[in-house]
Design a protein around this ligand. Structure first.
Ligand code: XIL
Length: 570
């Protein structure tokens, strides 16, 4: 398909284009003109109504994509609405369009628990379900055996826990239904590539582990499975917070490839509404994610298709499912967005070489980061939030060190004012060096006396630990492990962001602790007890203790990290 260069007008023509119109006036080929042997397939799901009604939509589809997937037209309820009654009109129209424009077709999908007609129900006996399934596959796959290159034979058979999903097919036919469907599809179209397709299996996690085992079992049973479709309906925030990471995506592709299946990215869209950035910055970030995904698929030998779930925000399913968003390559007016160019850059390997997707680069190395949070979104991912009665804790757009949000903690006079984000899991730490860093902004209006700002300590009483504490404008190193109290202090500037870094060598007798402020050594102490009798338990960030009845105010924190390897202030 690499030679299937543009044969029609395209998105940069500026309107008035029709599928089949000449290429005059275009400086560049559409996306499909940029595929290569390393990544030969760039596809899009197709909305049947838009294909009928929207000439500009048709022109872009023809120009940019060399593979098309019917978004709904081949689903059971659409194509086989009554027993023995098939409606092939929309599917045929798509196949005809694809053939007219030199595109291959991905069939989607034969066996899925959604968009099933009402009559495919538990009222049927197991043998009736089996006969219907076999008849369905024979009819649909058979009809398109010469025109559909790849089938998503089974879709979403795993639930969110990684168990086989409780569906009509599982209930009536048992777990053998996957193999049954694959074998039936192979018989109906021996030349087609057969895939298992699912969501949330893009990275290394419990569900992708389950998908891996499922494919392994199918392979071991000799079932005809050639590919795994990873849907990639992703939230850009998960890249910003390093919940989705390039290295994990690559490792996941490689382990599936090692099973002898190809990997396809089948339903890519990238939500950005959860990023608290300006609209332009959101789209720029989305472009980075799109370029990353395209680059990863091009560079990984095991990956050979990137298909987007549509191409225009105007027709995307995302708004109805997740709320207003702009997840695709073209906007509501079918004008190319930054993500469009990003696909091309990913296909050709141009653009910045370093993929810096994190809003907090400190979170990149999750193997040594015990806790890490960029505070960019309304999720306190991985940690816990604690507030006392006067305390408030929220992600705030009022100021941010970087990105769009920070963590804002407030508290007023009461017996034990508290407002903090915490992270557990430090319990095993009894030796070695621990690093904790946070960017801090204390407004001049804040009146804090003896407040623990951040640090690490036991998770149970007496809550001893090592904290950076604030008293007025003085930042102190607070050791409370053996009745030791602030050893010295340094002035913390108000009304600006400062980077405070605590480094701690753990020992009952020969411990050391030091604080740096904006990279400069500020306070250090050695030969002391830095290890609570109960061991380290939690890392806490915010107002973790405030001397009662003296103080009120707010503090902002951003890009908190606790690590066993050194961290900087980037
Ligand atoms: C979605 C379509 O985009 C919508 O138009 C339809 O209403 C529901 O299905 N995973 C899949 C796709 O495998 O078939 C789904 O498509 C999106 C999630």
């Amino acid at each position: 398909d690499a030679g299937a260069a543009s044969d029609s007008g395209g998105p940069s023509d500026g309107g008035g284009i029709d599928a089949g119109a000449s290429d005059a006036g275009r400086a560049d080929a559409g996306l499909r003109g940029w595929v290569s042997p390393a990544l030969g397939i760039v596809g899009a799901a197709v909305d049947a109504k838009a294909l009928r009604d929207d000439a500009r939509y048709r022109a872009i589809l023809a120009d940019d994509f060399n593979r098309v997937t019917p978004e709904n037209a081949m689903k059971w309820a659409s194509i086989h609405p009554q027993p023995g009654t098939y409606d092939f009109a929309d599917a045929d129209a798509l196949v005809a369009f694809a053939q007219a424009h030199g595109q291959s077709v991905r069939g989607h999908t034969l066996v899925w628990h959604q968009q099933l007609p009402g009559w495919m129900s538990d009222a049927l006996t197991p043998s009736e379900v089996r006969a219907q399934l076999e008849g369905h596959i024979d009819a649909v796959v058979g009809r398109y055996s010469a025109s559909v290159a790849v089938w998503d034979v089974v879709n979403e058979a795993l639930d969110d826990q990684g168990q086989l999903r409780d569906t009509l097919f599982l209930r009536k036919l048992g777990s053998g239904y996957l193999e049954l469907a694959l074998r039936r599809a192979r018989a109906a179209a021996p030349g087609a590539v057969l895939a298992y397709n699912d969501y949330d299996i893009e990275t290394l996690n419990a569900k992708s582990d389950a998908a891996y085992r499922l494919v392994q079992q199918l392979k071991a049973a000799g079932a005809p499975i050639d590919a795994v479709g990873m849907q990639f309906h992703v939230d850009a925030y998960d890249f910003a917070a390093f919940a989705l990471r390039e290295a994990d995506l690559r490792a996941n592709i490689r382990r599936f490839a090692a099973l002898g299946v190809k990997v396809h990215f089948t339903e890519v869209d990238v939500r950005v509404a959860g990023l608290d950035l300006s609209p332009a910055a959101r789209l720029a970030y989305q472009a980075q994610v799109v370029r990353l995904l395209t680059t990863v698929c091009r560079e990984e030998p095991g990956c050979d298709e990137v298909t987007f779930w549509g191409f225009a925000d105007k027709y995307s399913w995302i708004d109805s499912q997740y709320g207003a968003d702009d997840p695709l390559l073209y906007d509501d007016a079918l004008v190319a967005k930054p993500a469009y160019q990003a696909v091309r850059d990913g296909l050709t390997g141009t653009g910045a070489s370093a993929l810096d997707l994190g809003l907090d680069t400190s979170c990149r190395d999750a193997t040594t980061r015990l806790a890490c949070h960029p505070f960019e979104n309304v999720k306190f991912g991985g940690g816990f939030a604690i507030t006392s009665s006067t305390g408030t804790l929220a992600l705030s757009a009022a100021r941010a060190r970087r990105g769009g949000r920070s963590l804002r903690a407030t508290a007023g006079p009461e017996t034990t004012p508290q407002a903090f984000w915490g992270h557990g899991g430090l319990g095993a730490l009894r030796t070695g060096t621990l690093y904790a860093r946070v960017h801090v902004f204390v407004p001049s209006s804040a009146n804090f006396q003896g407040m623990n700002l951040f640090g690490v300590g036991e998770s149970t009483a007496p809550y001893q630990g090592v904290f950076a504490a604030l008293s007025g404008n003085q930042l102190q190193l607070s050791l409370t492990t053996a009745g030791q109290y602030p050893v010295s202090s340094v002035t913390l500037p108000r009304d600006q962001w400062s980077c405070v870094l605590l480094s701690l060598t753990l020992s009952d007798t020969a411990g050391s602790a030091s604080l740096t402020l904006d990279g400069a050594p500020a306070i250090a102490v050695s030969g002391v007890d830095t290890l609570p009798a109960g061991g380290m338990g939690n890392a806490l960030f915010g107002i973790t203790y405030l001397a009662p009845a003296t103080a009120t105010g707010e503090v902002f924190l951003d890009e908190a990290v606790v690590s066993t390897s050194p961290v900087g202030c980037n």
